[in-house]
Design a protein around this ligand. Structure first.
Ligand code: AMP
Length: 126
């Protein structure tokens, strides 16, 4: 079910459990501000999720309440992951789903990085 992105942070969400090491993930990159890991159900040949380490539900929550250091650290981590994965030259797509119309499933902010093939139109048509 899609997330109500206006609700308070739920520390039992699956990405909070990954951050605490309670469930496994395939780590791509980790630093003080961010964790990147492979999506369990890839939608492209390369599909990586990057999450901030802080407890933020959505881009809205993070941009309003995150510190400058957290925001800078997270944005730099996304770029670092894409560069290290060799995505810059062929190209890649960033996507963050926020709330119900976007079908956000996990109530911890995450940016999807897709790459590895021509990615088609930006949005489903119709
Ligand atoms: P969203 O619809 O933007 O909230 O996307 C949530 C994403 O999290 C989906 O692409 C799922 O495949 C992915 N996902 C859910 N559980 C896990 C998990 N345990 N490890 C890695 N990815 C996951």
């Amino acid at each position: 079910m899609a997330v109500d992105a206006t609700k308070p942070y739920d520390d039992q969400n699956i990405f909070a459990k990954i951050l605490r090491g309670e469930i496994p993930s395939k780590t791509v990159y980790e630093d003080e501000w961010a964790l990147a890991f492979y999506d369990i159900n890839p939608q492209a040949p390369q599909h990586i999720l990057v999450i901030p380490k802080g407890a933020y539900v959505s881009w809205d929550d993070f941009s309003a309440n995150g510190s400058d250091a957290e925001i800078a650290g997270f944005v730099r981590a996304v770029g670092h992951v894409a560069r290290e994965a060799g995505m810059v030259e062929p190209g890649y797509r960033l996507l963050a789903n926020i709330g119900q119309d976007a079908h956000q499933e996990v109530p911890h902010l995450h940016v999807h990085i897709f790459a590895g093939k021509p990615l088609g139109p930006m949005l489903m048509r119709g």
